[in-house]
Write a protein that binds this ligand. Structure first.
Ligand code: ADP
Ligand code: MG
Length: 282
């Protein structure tokens, strides 16, 4: 049986109206799900579906208006318990420039553990290890603002790793990156999950990224509208389209040429199409 790391029970989240007259808004309505230890979960949904709100509830930046979020049994209903949750669940945001706090890469990664009161020798060890995990150790003395977007995001991920959180929530970490940066970050995320056993919640609107997850959660209009393996989710192209989403290009191509089943990767698509052509020629 898999062990639950995070449990989301009947959560509703309402943004209160503000003094400037912005109306209140119910961003999540009665959402229930869970994240298992060691799992890689992708959260899909078009803009405004409530993904970022959910992310902020998972690491106790927000508290639910109704319902509960518990992380290893901890419900963050006090400041102290919020800190406890954030020591278990770390967060990486979309804009790499908003996450940099220091002028040298290794100082930036050390910032989190320093705030936790970790001993200097232990910080040194954690920073080196975290930078090696994201392939940025060679650049430890660089200035973060001179790095590429993909490199900056990997430094941000190292910052979370140095706090030794068990789970990382990444909120569209590749949205502002070029294809090369996206691929660097996704390789890093997959490796952390596979090799270090870190639980990953990846919020994305790239279908090709969601394919890499163990499980996909689909959101629309503040609700979870479907949940399943990538193959289960991406075999429902019409359903996804009706909610403003798409299927990966390889999946669509294979469907169009009449290949049975749900093809998820470029490699698999090439193989299937090659054998289709071979079969037709032979
Ligand atoms: P997503 O990340 O899927 O794009 P969000 O969780 O950011 O969605 O937002 C969900 C809904 O809540 C959107 O309609 C958005 O306009 C609204 N919203 C987000 N932040 C606030 C806020 N601070 N005040 C009021 N409404 C907000
Ligand atoms: Mg968002």
């Amino acid at each position: 049986m898999s062990e639950k790391l995070i449990e989301v029970n009947n959560v509703t989240y309402v943004y209160e109206p503000d003094e400037e007259g912005a109306p209140g808004y119910t961003a999540l309505s009665n959402v229930s799900t869970h994240i298992d230890k060691g799992e890689f979960v992708a959260v899909l949904g078009h803009n405004g579906s409530g993904k970022s709100t959910l992310a902020k509830l998972l690491n106790a930046i927000y508290e639910p208006t109704e319902g509960t979020v518990s992380v290893k049994g901890i419900v963050a209903d006090t400041e102290e318990k919020g800190d406890e949750v954030r020591r278990i669940v770390g967060m990486v945001f979309q804009n790499p420039d908003n996450q940099i706090v220091a002028t040298i890469v290794e100082d930036d990664v050390a910032f989190g553990p320093e705030n936790l009161g970790v001993e200097p020798s232990e910080i040194r060890r954690r920073v080196d290890e975290a930078l090696k995990s994201v392939n940025m150790y060679e650049m430890r003395e660089r200035e973060p603002h001179r790095l590429s977007g993909g490199q900056k995001q990997r430094v941000a991920i190292a910052g979370v790793l140095a706090m030794q959180t068990e789970c990382i929530v990444l909120d569209e970490p590749t949205a502002m990156l070029d294809p090369m940066g996206r691929s660097e970050v996704m390789k890093t995320v997959c490796r952390l999950n596979e090799e270090l056993g870190i639980t990953v919640v990846l919020i994305t609107h790239f279908m090709e990224e969601a394919v890499l997850a163990d499980r996909v959660i689909v959101m629309d209009n503040g609700r979870i509208i479907d949940e399943g393996t990538p193959a289960e989710i991406f075999s429902k192209a019409d359903f996804l389209r009706s909610h403003g989403l798409d299927v990966p290009q390889s999946t669509e191509l294979c469907r169009l040429v009449g290949i049975d089943g749900c093809v998820l990767s470029v490699g698999e698509a090439v193989e299937k199409i090659a054998s289709l052509i071979g079969g037709a020629a032979g």
